[in-house]
Design a binder for this molecule. Structure first.
Ligand SMILES: [Fe+2]
Ligand SMILES: [Fe+2]
Length: 157
């Protein structure tokens, strides 16, 4: 593939990543945050469903939401434009390896964040909409990370 063809092929994949993964996942996060707030507060009472455990759920959600928003911003504003430029100008390839490795490392750290929220949410078995939305988000994210790790990032190696 010529550098121009490689770049336009990667540009199409990047557009798909933003439209089919980043944007819907940010919407899922909004829905999840709203459901968590509503459902944990509705179930607060004596026993394990205390204000403190609702705060734990909220903290775990906050950690996940801010990590994802920042990861998507770094990809869209820094990594993706850099990657496209390096495909057009192969002498720039060495500049992209560090950022690709950093994003891949953030992918590997994600299961700990989603797992933390899943564990905190188990304290609220009545929060069924939250649990279903979180499960859908986790599945979507796993597909998203796989496409980047297996289809996009190897183009820069
Ligand atoms: Fe992404
Ligand atoms: Fe990513």
């Amino acid at each position: 593939m010529t550098p121009g063809a490689a770049a336009s092929d990667a540009a199409a994949l990047i557009e798909r990543l933003v439209l089919e993964y980043h944007e819907p996942e940010l919407e899922m996060l909004d829905r999840l945050g709203e459901a968590l707030y509503r459902e944990t507060r509705a179930h607060i009472g004596p026993g394990p469903q205390s204000v403190a455990t609702a705060d734990q759920v909220e903290a775990a959600f906050g950690a996940l939401a801010s990590e994802l928003a920042s990861h998507f911003r770094k990809e869209e504003n820094v990594l993706f434009p850099l990657l496209l430029r390096a495909l057009e100008e192969p002498e720039l390839a060495s500049m992209v390896r560090g950022p690709v490795a950093a994003m891949a490392a953030e992918h590997r750290a994600l299961p700990a964040l989603t797992g933390g929220l899943t564990a905190a949410l188990r304290l609220f078995p009545g929060a069924t909409e939250s649990a279903a939305t979180l499960a859908a988000l986790v599945a979507h994210l796993s597909d998203h990370m796989r496409v980047e790790d297996e289809e996009l990032f190897p183009r820069m190696r």
